[in-house]
Design a protein. Sequence first.
Length: 290
Amino acid sequence: MSTPNESSNSNYYAGFTVEPLPTSTIDPDNPPWSVGSAVLVWLASVAALVGVQLFAVLGYGLFHYGFALEELRRSIPTDRNLILISITAVLPTHILTLGIVWALVTGFGKRPFWKTLGWDWGRDFGFWTSAGLAIAMLLLGGAITKLLGGSETQLDQIIGSSTAARFAVAFLATATAPLVEEVVYRGVLYPALQRAIGALWAVIGVSTLFTLVHVLQYSNNLGVITAISLLSLALTIVRARARRLLPCFVIHLVFNGIQSLVIIFEPYMRQLSTSTDPQAALLTLLVRVV
């Protein structure tokens, strides 16, 4: 084991050195981190999501309700400010998660972040292929949800709680969620697992973990859970096939982005649906088809 004085070309952290990888030798399918480190990053991302939101909700609750915890518990589904705070707390969670991923992937700045993750198109996948697959998955998911049916989800209730909540959900779903989720699941977890247990089991494992994290939001709607499961499977298969992460991000971004547009404009479309203007009726029909 070297010490800080023994090597001027490597960083020294907690008793071990982190050697930079030559750019020419970087292989996204052979990452410089172990399965254990990847799993710890995933656990940290889940813990941060739960912990930061819980801290924000309890902070607001103590400020607004004092120590009347039972009243706070009853108010969680209906207090618009509380719901909005819980949503906006996701943003610092995503920033924190990206920081954790950066530390692992770069070895605290000794390796290039994007290249190590495989931020490139890879084989057989460009922008239009990725965007087309996203639209296909969105249509398939909509058909499955329509076929299987289900009750209003927790996310539906959050979106319907206020205009601010609707816009906050749409922003997070497009601006941060695709990036954070892809770098954690397909960027960090998948390559470490596929090296250890093979591509097939890595695809199954990563897809399952991604689905499980989203189950709470959609627990009472089998159709949506099935659609999310298929999306997760498709994203991980694309990562295995392309051997790069960028197509997964674009698929996820387009998938979420279209849904975010619907989330934002759907209430206005409901207002237009009562109009007798033929152009307004046509626009409403097109949005509902999407």
